[in-house]
Design a protein around this ligand. Structure first.
Ligand SMILES: [Cu+2]
Length: 338
């Protein structure tokens, strides 16, 4: 049981890292961490930075999330007029621990109404997830009771449009006692699809509603840009145990997550340790769902080399949902054709 001692007023906006975490006997004081998405941008060049840092030891988490309309790159050289949380697609990953108090303030800095929907919260949707106007804000808080890998998205109708425009990111809620296994590297991967059509005058791309209703995606991506990890592989070392937090934003397609040349030692559907499965080749994540995958690139197994990760729904992989994991520094083959 968590016991609060001398809680710090949230209005003080104190940002404390792990070094400032204090113990008093077996009890700990609440510490507050405030993260503003407008100043915490994820690097998107040369690829969206999929590496995931551990959660800090703060127990009260405040997030300020601006909604913006921004130009994003959904494939090499393909500029798209998107809608975002925090200026990137996907927005930054929120990582907290089971039991943390999560405070959210969303600021609408766009010219049209939007909203936010946290799948990780148990909360009255009509209040927290209401649509709000330009220059307005919405604030709510919830206790992260349920460990998992969750989707956050805009829920303003038509929801398909707001998601296909780029309004989503991942929330990771670590189990209170951890995942039970050590991970040398952790990555977050958000699958989503775009329905883009080009404005022939500006060469910029915008949404194709007819294509979206016909489920005719133009790109299917990992972390918002087609094929980006084919050109810029995720790098791990030989012997690493690697944990992937995979969230499927959709809006419509499923994700059949698979690593060519590896077998998942563990899969946690929904990212819940209670759902643990062992020795899995492929696992399907529904639109609006998430899962945690673990594998070991051991020397006597999936050792040094290149390992494509895909959605095994291969028509979608052909449209961009394929990347490479580079284990060690393989010299025998420089390219993979998957
Ligand atoms: Cu929206």
């Amino acid at each position: 049981m968590r016991i609060r001692i001398n809680p710090i007023p949230v209005t003080a906006a104190i940002v404390l890292g792990a070094g400032a975490f204090s113990f008093i006997g077996a009890r700990r004081a609440d510490t507050v961490e405030r993260i503003d998405f407008s100043t915490t941008r994820v690097a998107t060049s040369p690829a969206y930075d999929a590496r995931l840092a551990p959660a800090t030891r703060a127990t009260i988490r405040e997030f300020i999330i601006p909604v913006t309309h921004d130009t994003i790159e959904i494939a090499g050289g393909v500029k798209y007029e998107g809608w975002t949380f925090g200026g990137t697609v996907p927005g930054p990953t929120i990582r907290v621990r089971e039991g943390d108090l999560v405070r959210v303030k969303v600021v609408n800095r766009s010219p049209m109404p939007h909203s936010i929907d946290f799948h990780s919260a148990r909360i009255p949707a009509n209040v927290a997830y209401r649509t709000f106007m330009p220059n307005d804000t919405v604030s709510f808080e919830f206790t992260a009771r349920d460990p998992g890998a969750y989707l956050v998205h805009c829920g303003t109708p038509p929801v398909t449009m707001h998601i296909m425009q780029g309004m989503y990111f991942a929330v990771i809620v670590d189990p209170r006692e951890g995942w039970g296994t050590w991970a040398d590297k952790e990555f977050v991967i958000v699958q989503s699809e775009f329905y883009a059509k080009e404005d022939t005058a500006t060469h910029r791309h915008g949404p194709d509603w007819t294509a979206a209703m016909a489920k005719q995606a133009s790109q299917v991506t990992f972390n918002g840009r087609a094929f980006q990890y084919k050109d810029n592989p995720l790098k791990v070392d030989v012997g690493d145990r690697v944990r992937f937090f995979v969230v499927n934003a959709g809006p419509t397609f499923r994700s059949d997550f698979h690593i060519v040349g590896a077998i998942f030692d563990r899969v946690y559907p929904d990212g819940t340790p209670r759902h643990a499965m062992e020795r899995v080749q492929t696992w399907t994540i529904p639109a609006g769902g998430g899962a945690v995958f673990e594998t070991v690139f051991s020397k006597d197994g999936s050792g040094e080399g290149l390992y494509p990760f895909v959605t095994h729904s291969f028509a979608d992989a052909e449209k961009g949902a394929v990347g490479i994991i580079r284990v060690g520094t393989p010299k025998t083959f420089a390219k993979m054709d998957h």
